[in-house]
Write a protein that binds this ligand. Structure first.
Ligand code: NAD
Length: 356
């Protein structure tokens, strides 16, 4: 029996999570999923009720569960709040509290949606790569940092740091993920220029000795950026630092051209994970029954695969999504001009039907 905390959050988060719950309910009832759900508040909706974007009850529930399924946070109405009360602080607070250092961002282009990409169909059709980004260290957190007055002008500075143990733990996560996929891992760095990357490469190679079944390669980040748009299907799993991962994962996501299709995960060393779509709360379309719920449904699949050890049921969800796409069903964000468009609810129902 696994315990999962459901945090719908704000905007379309509320609508898409309902569709993911339909899938969980179905698998609980028909496939012995054995998932026990608790529900909590995060983001702007949590602020409205408790005056905090991450209430103590949510933190407590997070510590008591095996995984979190999150919708999205944010919205115009909370933009004027002090920074530490804004919805996004709820998300960052959860990442920090649960030490979620490994961010997994798959970029999958379903062949049925190949025309959604801005790249040529043959370059991206069938694309399936995973970027593993270090999430809680590196230049985003390194000290010293700041903007100061020096020698009569303003001087801005940050520090790129990685300890051996920070690199080791992300390396282990990435190698284990590669083992569950096609057993190829490409480590992206800038070791020709930066000492911190020299250490990164050394440690990745050392950790790689524990995973002889995974083929390890290395690539400089500038070349990786080029290769991602030139021949993205050459990659299976990419592991990289916080800064490089931030840039490359957005680039990879956009290869697929469909923000409503992509799930993500943030994991800690115990395999505990927070799973969520990569998109935000989309206030422009919230409450209209038009948001694509597939990223949220696929987040459940990722959770089953990477935290809850239920790969066959993860495969079952992926297959159901594929079936629905094969049948031609599209929400507006992934539709071609001639497609007939369905809403959030109907898409959720069709995926459940395809599970049978
Ligand atoms: P967004 O991802 O919410 O929306 C970008 C565009 O994509 C919008 O046009 C939106 O309508 C569309 N879109 C997003 N998800 C979709 C879906 N499932 N189906 C169909 N269309 C979809 O990004 P934004 O507009 O920059 O941000 C809106 C709010 O979300 C902000 O408050 C931002 O801070 C927050 N945000 C939250 C997260 C998160 O919770 N992880 C991530 C990014 C942004």
């Amino acid at each position: 029996m696994s315990k999962v905390l459901i945090l719908p959050g704000d905007g379309i988060g509320q609508e898409i999570i309902i569709q993911a719950l339909k899938v969980i309910d179905h698998l609980n009832a028909n496939d012995d999923l054995g998932m026990e759900l608790t529900h909590g508040l995060v983001g702007g909706s949590a602020y409205n009720e408790t005056k905090s974007p991450l209430p103590p009850a949510t933190l407590k529930a997070a510590h008591e569960c095996d995984s979190i399924l999150l919708g999205a946070v944010g919205g115009y109405q909370w933009e004027g709040l002090p920074r530490d009360l804004r919805p996004e602080r709820g998300l960052l607070g959860l990442r920090a509290e649960m030490d979620l250092f490994a961010n997994l961002r798959p970029a999958i282009l379903y062949p049925q949606l190949a025309t959604a990409s801005t790249l040529k169909k043959e370059v991206v059709s069938g694309l399936d790569l995973m970027i593993v980004r270090e999430l809680v260290a590196g230049i985003y957190f390194g000290q010293p940092r700041g903007i100061e007055e020096r020698m009569g002008e303003r001087y801005g500075f940050n520090t790129a740091t990685y300890t051996e143990s920070e690199i080791k733990r992300i390396a282990h996560s990435a190698f284990k993920i590669a083992q569950k996929r096609n057993k190829r891992l490409c480590s992206v760095d800038k070791a020709n220029v930066l000492e911190v990357c020299e250490l990164w490469r050394e440690v990745i190679i050392e950790v790689g000795k524990d995973y002889p079944d995974v083929v390890l390669s290395h690539m400089y980040v500038d070349n990786a950026a080029m290769q991602l748009v030139k021949a993205p299907k050459q990659f299976d799993v990419i592991v990289t630092s916080n800064l490089f991962g931030d840039v490359l994962s957005d680039c990879a996501a956009m290869l697929t051209g469909s923000i409503g299709m992509l799930p993500s995960a943030s994991l800690n060393k115990d395999g505990f994970g927070m799973y969520e779509p990569i998109h935000g709360s989309a206030p422009d379309i919230a409450g209209k029954d038009i948001a694509n719920p597939l990223a949220s449904i696929l987040s459940v699949s990722m959770m089953l695969r990477y935290s809850l050890n239920q790969t066959p049921l993860a495969n079952k969800i992926d297959l159901a999504v594929n079936r629905v796409l094969d049948q031609g069903w599209r929400t507006q964000d992934i539709a071609n001009p001639d497609d007939s468009i369905i809403g959030t609810n109907q898409m959720g129902d069709l995926v459940v039907a395809a599970l049978q």
